[in-house]
Design a protein around this ligand. Sequence first.
Ligand code: GRG
Length: 301
Amino acid sequence: MNHAPESFAAFRERIVARSEEKLESFLPPDHAFPARLHEAMRYSVLGGGKRVRPLLVYATGAALGVHESLLDRPAAALEMIHAYSLVHDDLPAMDNDDLRRGRPTCHKAYDEATAILVGDALLTHAFRVLAEPFGVSPTQQLRMVVTLAQAAGSHGMVGGQAVDLAAVGHELAQPALEQMHLLKTGMLIRCAIQLGLAASGVAEESRQGSALIRYADRVGLAFQVQDDILDEIGDIEQTGKAKQGADRERQKPGFVSLLGLKQAQGYARSLLDEALGELETWGKEADHLRALARLIVERNR
Ligand code: GRG
Protein backbone atom coordinates (compact mmCIF):
# COMPACT_ATOMS: atom_id res chain seq x y z
CA MET A 1 0.00 0.00 0.00
CA ASN A 2 1.10 3.53 -0.78
CA HIS A 3 1.19 5.74 2.32
CA ALA A 4 2.74 8.80 0.66
CA PRO A 5 0.67 11.88 1.58
CA GLU A 6 -1.77 12.86 -1.15
CA SER A 7 -0.70 15.96 -3.09
CA PHE A 8 -3.09 18.90 -3.06
CA ALA A 9 -3.68 18.53 -6.81
CA ALA A 10 -4.71 14.89 -6.33
CA PHE A 11 -6.84 15.77 -3.28
CA ARG A 12 -8.59 18.56 -5.18
CA GLU A 13 -9.34 16.41 -8.21
CA ARG A 14 -10.58 13.53 -6.06
CA ILE A 15 -12.74 15.71 -3.80
CA VAL A 16 -14.30 17.68 -6.67
CA ALA A 17 -15.23 14.34 -8.31
CA ARG A 18 -16.49 12.94 -5.00
CA SER A 19 -18.57 16.07 -4.28
CA GLU A 20 -20.12 15.95 -7.73
CA GLU A 21 -20.97 12.25 -7.42
CA LYS A 22 -22.59 12.91 -4.04
CA LEU A 23 -24.53 15.94 -5.29
CA GLU A 24 -25.67 13.86 -8.25
CA SER A 25 -26.94 11.11 -5.98
CA PHE A 26 -28.54 13.38 -3.33
CA LEU A 27 -30.46 15.49 -5.88
CA PRO A 28 -33.84 14.20 -7.11
CA PRO A 29 -33.52 12.45 -10.50
CA ASP A 30 -34.55 14.66 -13.41
CA HIS A 31 -37.30 12.28 -14.52
CA ALA A 32 -39.02 12.47 -11.10
CA PHE A 33 -42.26 14.46 -11.11
CA PRO A 34 -42.24 17.47 -11.55
CA ALA A 35 -39.53 16.75 -14.08
CA ARG A 36 -38.92 20.31 -15.34
CA LEU A 37 -38.25 21.60 -11.82
CA HIS A 38 -35.91 18.72 -11.00
CA GLU A 39 -34.10 19.12 -14.30
CA ALA A 40 -33.60 22.84 -13.54
CA MET A 41 -32.33 22.04 -10.03
CA ARG A 42 -29.77 19.62 -11.45
CA TYR A 43 -28.82 22.12 -14.17
CA SER A 44 -28.09 24.73 -11.49
CA VAL A 45 -26.08 22.53 -9.14
CA LEU A 46 -24.25 20.20 -11.49
CA GLY A 47 -23.13 22.68 -14.14
CA GLY A 48 -19.51 23.27 -13.15
CA GLY A 49 -18.35 25.45 -10.27
CA LYS A 50 -15.08 25.28 -8.40
CA ARG A 51 -16.60 23.46 -5.38
CA VAL A 52 -14.61 25.68 -3.01
CA ARG A 53 -17.01 25.14 -0.10
CA PRO A 54 -17.01 21.30 -0.27
CA LEU A 55 -13.21 21.39 -0.64
CA LEU A 56 -13.02 23.43 2.57
CA VAL A 57 -15.29 20.95 4.38
CA TYR A 58 -13.14 17.93 3.38
CA ALA A 59 -9.86 19.80 3.98
CA THR A 60 -11.04 20.67 7.51
CA GLY A 61 -11.99 17.03 7.96
CA ALA A 62 -8.51 15.99 6.78
CA ALA A 63 -6.90 18.37 9.29
CA LEU A 64 -8.98 16.85 12.11
CA GLY A 65 -8.86 13.19 11.06
CA VAL A 66 -12.54 12.86 10.13
CA HIS A 67 -13.71 9.96 7.94
CA GLU A 68 -14.81 11.41 4.59
CA SER A 69 -18.12 9.54 4.65
CA LEU A 70 -19.17 11.82 7.54
CA LEU A 71 -18.54 14.89 5.40
CA ASP A 72 -20.47 13.95 2.25
CA ARG A 73 -23.89 15.17 3.36
CA PRO A 74 -22.69 18.38 5.08
CA ALA A 75 -20.59 19.31 2.02
CA ALA A 76 -23.43 18.58 -0.43
CA ALA A 77 -26.00 20.49 1.66
CA LEU A 78 -23.71 23.52 1.82
CA GLU A 79 -23.06 23.43 -1.94
CA MET A 80 -26.81 23.20 -2.65
CA ILE A 81 -27.35 26.38 -0.62
CA HIS A 82 -24.52 28.07 -2.49
CA ALA A 83 -26.10 27.02 -5.82
CA TYR A 84 -29.51 28.36 -4.72
CA SER A 85 -27.93 31.71 -3.82
CA LEU A 86 -26.39 31.99 -7.28
CA VAL A 87 -29.69 31.15 -9.02
CA HIS A 88 -31.53 33.83 -7.02
CA ASP A 89 -28.67 36.35 -7.27
CA ASP A 90 -28.77 36.08 -11.09
CA LEU A 91 -32.51 36.94 -11.28
CA PRO A 92 -33.58 40.25 -12.86
CA ALA A 93 -34.66 41.60 -9.42
CA MET A 94 -31.09 41.14 -8.18
CA ASP A 95 -28.01 41.08 -10.43
CA ASN A 96 -29.86 40.36 -13.68
CA ASP A 97 -27.17 38.12 -15.20
CA ASP A 98 -27.56 36.09 -18.38
CA LEU A 99 -24.53 33.88 -17.93
CA ARG A 100 -23.19 31.82 -15.03
CA ARG A 101 -20.30 29.37 -15.27
CA GLY A 102 -20.21 30.01 -19.04
CA ARG A 103 -23.82 28.86 -19.58
CA PRO A 104 -27.22 30.60 -19.55
CA THR A 105 -28.37 31.37 -16.01
CA CYS A 106 -31.23 29.28 -14.68
CA HIS A 107 -33.92 31.89 -15.48
CA LYS A 108 -32.57 32.20 -19.05
CA ALA A 109 -32.34 28.44 -19.63
CA TYR A 110 -35.79 27.93 -18.02
CA ASP A 111 -37.84 30.94 -16.85
CA GLU A 112 -37.97 33.32 -13.90
CA ALA A 113 -40.67 31.52 -11.95
CA THR A 114 -38.79 28.23 -12.33
CA ALA A 115 -35.57 29.88 -11.13
CA ILE A 116 -37.32 31.18 -7.99
CA LEU A 117 -38.69 27.70 -7.31
CA VAL A 118 -35.29 26.08 -7.99
CA GLY A 119 -33.78 28.26 -5.27
CA ASP A 120 -36.60 27.50 -2.84
CA ALA A 121 -36.40 23.78 -3.53
CA LEU A 122 -32.59 23.63 -3.25
CA LEU A 123 -32.67 25.47 0.09
CA THR A 124 -35.25 23.05 1.44
CA HIS A 125 -33.61 19.97 -0.04
CA ALA A 126 -30.25 20.92 1.49
CA PHE A 127 -31.73 20.58 4.97
CA ARG A 128 -33.31 17.25 4.13
CA VAL A 129 -29.94 15.97 2.87
CA LEU A 130 -28.30 17.09 6.11
CA ALA A 131 -31.05 15.74 8.37
CA GLU A 132 -31.06 12.13 7.07
CA PRO A 133 -29.01 9.79 9.31
CA PHE A 134 -25.37 9.42 8.21
CA GLY A 135 -23.24 8.25 11.10
CA VAL A 136 -22.68 11.29 13.32
CA SER A 137 -24.45 11.56 16.67
CA PRO A 138 -27.85 13.33 16.78
CA THR A 139 -26.20 16.13 18.80
CA GLN A 140 -23.50 16.65 16.17
CA GLN A 141 -26.08 16.52 13.41
CA LEU A 142 -28.30 19.09 15.11
CA ARG A 143 -25.28 21.33 15.56
CA MET A 144 -24.68 21.08 11.78
CA VAL A 145 -28.31 21.95 10.98
CA VAL A 146 -28.28 25.00 13.25
CA THR A 147 -24.91 26.14 11.89
CA LEU A 148 -26.06 25.88 8.28
CA ALA A 149 -29.34 27.68 9.02
CA GLN A 150 -27.50 30.52 10.77
CA ALA A 151 -24.98 30.85 7.96
CA ALA A 152 -27.60 30.91 5.21
CA GLY A 153 -30.30 33.06 6.82
CA SER A 154 -30.94 36.70 7.68
CA HIS A 155 -28.01 36.79 10.13
CA GLY A 156 -25.78 35.32 7.42
CA MET A 157 -25.80 35.15 3.62
CA VAL A 158 -29.32 36.49 3.03
CA GLY A 159 -28.71 39.33 5.50
CA GLY A 160 -25.47 40.20 3.67
CA GLN A 161 -27.29 40.21 0.35
CA ALA A 162 -29.88 42.62 1.80
CA VAL A 163 -27.13 44.97 3.01
CA ASP A 164 -25.40 44.71 -0.38
CA LEU A 165 -28.57 45.58 -2.30
CA ALA A 166 -29.24 48.54 -0.01
CA ALA A 167 -25.70 49.82 -0.65
CA VAL A 168 -25.86 49.91 -4.47
CA GLY A 169 -24.90 53.39 -5.63
CA HIS A 170 -23.25 54.26 -2.30
CA GLU A 171 -19.58 54.10 -1.41
CA LEU A 172 -19.20 51.97 1.73
CA ALA A 173 -16.33 52.58 4.13
CA GLN A 174 -14.03 49.59 4.51
CA PRO A 175 -15.46 48.35 7.86
CA ALA A 176 -19.01 48.38 6.47
CA LEU A 177 -17.86 46.67 3.27
CA GLU A 178 -16.10 43.96 5.28
CA GLN A 179 -19.12 43.49 7.53
CA MET A 180 -21.36 43.03 4.46
CA HIS A 181 -19.01 40.47 2.88
CA LEU A 182 -18.49 38.63 6.14
CA LEU A 183 -22.22 37.93 6.01
CA LYS A 184 -22.80 37.54 2.26
CA THR A 185 -20.00 35.21 1.30
CA GLY A 186 -18.03 34.82 4.52
CA MET A 187 -20.67 32.98 6.51
CA LEU A 188 -20.93 30.07 4.05
CA ILE A 189 -17.15 29.80 3.98
CA ARG A 190 -17.00 29.84 7.77
CA CYS A 191 -19.81 27.29 7.76
CA ALA A 192 -17.67 24.91 5.67
CA ILE A 193 -15.09 24.88 8.45
CA GLN A 194 -17.76 24.67 11.18
CA LEU A 195 -19.30 21.60 9.50
CA GLY A 196 -15.89 19.90 9.44
CA LEU A 197 -15.42 20.81 13.10
CA ALA A 198 -18.88 19.49 14.03
CA ALA A 199 -18.14 16.18 12.27
CA SER A 200 -14.90 15.86 14.26
CA GLY A 201 -16.51 16.67 17.62
CA VAL A 202 -13.92 19.43 18.23
CA ALA A 203 -15.56 22.45 19.90
CA GLU A 204 -15.52 25.78 18.06
CA GLU A 205 -14.42 27.45 21.31
CA SER A 206 -11.37 25.18 21.69
CA ARG A 207 -7.90 26.44 20.72
CA GLN A 208 -7.97 24.36 17.54
CA GLY A 209 -11.56 25.30 16.75
CA SER A 210 -11.12 29.03 17.20
CA ALA A 211 -7.92 29.05 15.10
CA LEU A 212 -9.80 27.32 12.29
CA ILE A 213 -12.67 29.81 12.50
CA ARG A 214 -10.22 32.74 12.33
CA TYR A 215 -8.56 31.02 9.34
CA ALA A 216 -12.01 30.72 7.71
CA ASP A 217 -12.85 34.40 8.23
CA ARG A 218 -9.55 35.56 6.70
CA VAL A 219 -10.05 33.18 3.76
CA GLY A 220 -13.67 34.36 3.31
CA LEU A 221 -12.62 37.98 3.10
CA ALA A 222 -9.68 37.16 0.83
CA PHE A 223 -12.10 35.26 -1.45
CA GLN A 224 -14.22 38.39 -1.81
CA VAL A 225 -11.28 40.75 -2.34
CA GLN A 226 -10.00 38.41 -5.07
CA ASP A 227 -13.51 38.28 -6.57
CA ASP A 228 -13.50 42.08 -6.85
CA ILE A 229 -10.00 41.99 -8.36
CA LEU A 230 -11.10 39.42 -10.97
CA ASP A 231 -14.15 41.58 -11.81
CA GLU A 232 -11.94 44.61 -12.29
CA ILE A 233 -9.41 42.71 -14.42
CA GLY A 234 -12.31 41.33 -16.49
CA ASP A 235 -13.58 44.91 -17.04
CA ILE A 236 -10.14 46.15 -18.04
CA GLU A 237 -9.73 43.27 -20.49
CA GLN A 238 -13.19 43.89 -21.98
CA THR A 239 -13.08 47.68 -22.30
CA GLY A 240 -9.34 48.33 -22.35
CA LYS A 241 -9.63 50.58 -19.29
CA ALA A 242 -10.70 50.47 -15.68
CA LYS A 243 -14.17 51.75 -14.78
CA GLN A 244 -14.03 55.23 -13.35
CA GLY A 245 -16.13 57.95 -11.75
CA ALA A 246 -19.86 57.78 -12.41
CA ASP A 247 -19.45 54.45 -14.15
CA ARG A 248 -18.03 52.97 -10.98
CA GLU A 249 -20.60 54.65 -8.73
CA ARG A 250 -23.37 52.70 -10.42
CA GLN A 251 -21.58 49.54 -9.51
CA LYS A 252 -21.88 47.67 -6.26
CA PRO A 253 -19.37 48.76 -3.65
CA GLY A 254 -16.15 46.76 -3.74
CA PHE A 255 -12.57 46.59 -2.52
CA VAL A 256 -11.09 47.70 -5.83
CA SER A 257 -13.25 50.83 -6.02
CA LEU A 258 -12.37 51.56 -2.38
CA LEU A 259 -8.65 50.76 -2.35
CA GLY A 260 -7.54 50.68 -6.00
CA LEU A 261 -6.30 47.57 -7.81
CA LYS A 262 -2.73 47.41 -6.45
CA GLN A 263 -3.77 48.01 -2.83
CA ALA A 264 -6.56 45.44 -3.13
CA GLN A 265 -4.02 42.88 -4.40
CA GLY A 266 -1.77 43.66 -1.43
CA TYR A 267 -4.73 43.32 0.92
CA ALA A 268 -5.64 39.88 -0.48
CA ARG A 269 -2.03 38.80 0.04
CA SER A 270 -1.98 40.02 3.66
CA LEU A 271 -5.27 38.24 4.40
CA LEU A 272 -3.73 35.07 2.98
CA ASP A 273 -0.70 35.49 5.24
CA GLU A 274 -2.97 35.96 8.25
CA ALA A 275 -4.99 32.85 7.34
CA LEU A 276 -1.77 30.83 7.02
CA GLY A 277 -0.54 32.30 10.31
CA GLU A 278 -3.53 30.74 12.09
CA LEU A 279 -2.27 27.32 10.97
CA GLU A 280 1.36 27.93 11.93
CA THR A 281 1.42 25.42 14.77
CA TRP A 282 -0.32 22.72 12.72
CA GLY A 283 1.54 19.98 10.90
CA LYS A 284 1.09 18.34 7.52
CA GLU A 285 -2.52 17.48 8.33
CA ALA A 286 -3.40 21.14 7.58
CA ASP A 287 -1.57 21.25 4.22
CA HIS A 288 -4.77 21.04 2.16
CA LEU A 289 -6.25 23.96 4.13
CA ARG A 290 -3.07 25.95 3.43
CA ALA A 291 -3.17 25.09 -0.27
CA LEU A 292 -6.86 26.01 -0.50
CA ALA A 293 -6.23 29.44 1.03
CA ARG A 294 -3.51 30.01 -1.58
CA LEU A 295 -5.74 28.75 -4.38
CA ILE A 296 -8.53 31.13 -3.36
CA VAL A 297 -6.24 34.15 -3.49
CA GLU A 298 -4.30 33.07 -6.58
CA ARG A 299 -7.32 31.87 -8.61
CA ASN A 300 -8.17 33.46 -11.93
CA ARG A 301 -11.89 32.59 -12.10
C1 GRG B 1 -29.73 35.78 -3.44
C2 GRG B 1 -30.21 34.81 -1.16
C3 GRG B 1 -29.26 35.34 -2.10
C4 GRG B 1 -27.97 35.41 -1.76
C5 GRG B 1 -26.94 35.77 -2.69
C6 GRG B 1 -23.45 34.86 -2.15
C7 GRG B 1 -24.56 35.58 -2.81
C8 GRG B 1 -25.67 35.96 -1.98
C9 GRG B 1 -24.58 35.83 -4.13
C10 GRG B 1 -23.50 35.50 -5.02
C11 GRG B 1 -23.17 36.71 -5.81
C12 GRG B 1 -21.75 36.78 -6.09
C13 GRG B 1 -21.34 36.57 -7.50
C14 GRG B 1 -20.90 37.04 -5.09
C15 GRG B 1 -19.48 37.11 -5.27
C16 GRG B 1 -18.76 36.00 -4.59
C17 GRG B 1 -19.30 34.68 -4.99
C18 GRG B 1 -20.15 34.01 -3.99
C19 GRG B 1 -18.99 34.18 -6.16
C20 GRG B 1 -19.44 32.89 -6.64
O1 GRG B 1 -18.91 31.87 -5.85
P1 GRG B 1 -17.85 30.83 -6.46
O2 GRG B 1 -16.72 31.60 -7.10
O3 GRG B 1 -18.75 30.17 -7.60
O4 GRG B 1 -17.48 29.85 -5.42
P2 GRG B 1 -18.65 28.75 -8.29
O5 GRG B 1 -19.28 28.94 -9.64
O6 GRG B 1 -17.21 28.35 -8.39
O7 GRG B 1 -19.44 27.81 -7.44
